[in-house]
Design a protein around this ligand. Sequence first.
Ligand code: GLU
Length: 313
Amino acid sequence: MNSVSEPVTLSRRVGRFAPSPTGPLHLGSLVAAAGSYLDARTTGGQWLLRIEDVDRPRSVPGMVDTQLSALDAYGFEWAGEVLRQSERSAIYQATLDSLIAQGLAYPCHCTRSQIAGVPGARRGIDGVIYPGTCAAWAPGDPVPATAAWRFRVPGGIFRFRDRIRGHIAQNLVDEVGDFPLLRADGCFTYQLAVVVDDLAQGVTDIVRGADLVDSSPRQMALIQALGGAVPTYAHLPVVINAAGEKLSKQTRAEPIPVDGEAQRVPMLWQALAFLGQQPPAELRRSTQRELWAWALAHWQIARVPGGSGAPAA
Ligand code: GLU
């Protein structure tokens, strides 16, 4: 497997790509991979790879190798070992324990339908806002046998300046509510795992799809609770299909071609065009090496469109 042997150092900028192995990579994945890669590489930074298989029921066996081979075939070079979330339960548990000890997490035995059925339950940006039924719990109180654990979100407005989308602000109490860190089925959640891993890998610059922009304030709140440094954020436009849906396994997105440079180069060209980089038309028929050389020499994050999405051409 193609991996660069340089060690991870803390003084450089560090970016990452973090696919979930739920299906083969599609054009939207290639856009996120290329955007984060070019942003890291053109600033002398490192680009890391992480497999987000924390949600084991959704992970497809064999898909990790399929995704890594595709990235390798497209010429991506990553630094260090590939981190796999499925091997990191102990560190997620230790982090949860420290949040519990600080009084920042509490067990919750409410089911989805109980939460939705609470009179006056309000909808936030990510479903019904948890009404706080179990929030009175304090460390030392009994823990229900099957419980999820929720993060007690702090008050106030979380703000950041997204490098593509500008000023983003969110009030977690009013718009999200206390959110799960560990599900009742024993799976740690994306929000906890992504924060623990971005801190562990020393990620300084997050570049990913705009479908995750609403998650960033939650992640900032967790990072602050853990005493970490908040990274910069850049949320790329999301590729949508003709029906206006984000490309994903659920919307049956076409896998990117892996075999044959003549197939890969136009796909990579399309990803660069989608990112607003205006690659010259003749590079559609260039070698992959030439196309990467052009992309590395010409990358400008200021050219990436900040809109909410565009159909795949
Ligand atoms: N694993 C997420 C995905 O495949 C990406 C998470 C992130 O970049 O923060 O959509």
